[in-house]
Design a binder for this molecule. Structure first.
Ligand SMILES: [Cu+2]
Length: 156
């Protein structure tokens, strides 16, 4: 690298890096959260149970949502027990059974069939994801940027 004619050949890239860093920091800190946590919504979810799966097997809601699960069965009697919330309902073939609850606990919770329905009944499992803690991820993002800034500073 030739530095003749320039007092500080690396200054342009430093300025560029610093600009990108500032922009990234502002984005992480101030990008509006896509979903306001203050406005819970009604979520009506149709879940179809059949040997030996739930469809859908993965459900996502936001913390605070009023969730209604409408369970149907397309073959034999199935049940749905939701870990963490300790909710349970069963569905006879061709019938709809529903349960409503407030998703006040965030995290990932398994739900599984609560009626022995055949050989693979123990594997009839789904998952409910409640909330993405966006504030937490924002904090993680800022910590990563701060760490990068430290690495960059000491590598000069
Ligand atoms: Cu079942």
């Amino acid at each position: 690298m030739s530095s003749k004619g320039s007092e500080n050949p690396g200054s342009a890239s430093k300025v560029l890096f610093f600009s990108i860093f500032i922009i990234a920091t502002l984005l992480v800190a101030f990008t509006p959260l896509p979903i306001s946590r203050d406005e819970p919504t009604d979520r009506i979810l149709h879940v179809e149970a059949s040997m030996f799966a739930f469809a859908p097997a993965e459900i996502k809601v936001n913390q605070g949502d009023r969730v209604t699960i409408e369970l149907t069965s397309s073959d034999v009697v199935h049940g749905l027990f939701l870990d963490g919330y300790n909710l349970q309902l069963t569905a006879d073939p061709g019938q709809i059974n529903e349960i409503s609850f407030i998703a006040d606990r965030s995290g990932s919770f398994r739900f599984r069939c609560s009626v022995t329905c055949g050989d693979l009944h123990p594997f009839m499992i789904g998952k409910l994801h409640v909330g993405t803690n966006l504030l937490l991820w924002r904090g993680v993002g800022l910590a990563v940027l701060a760490a990068l800034a430290g690495v960059w500073r000491y590598s000069q």
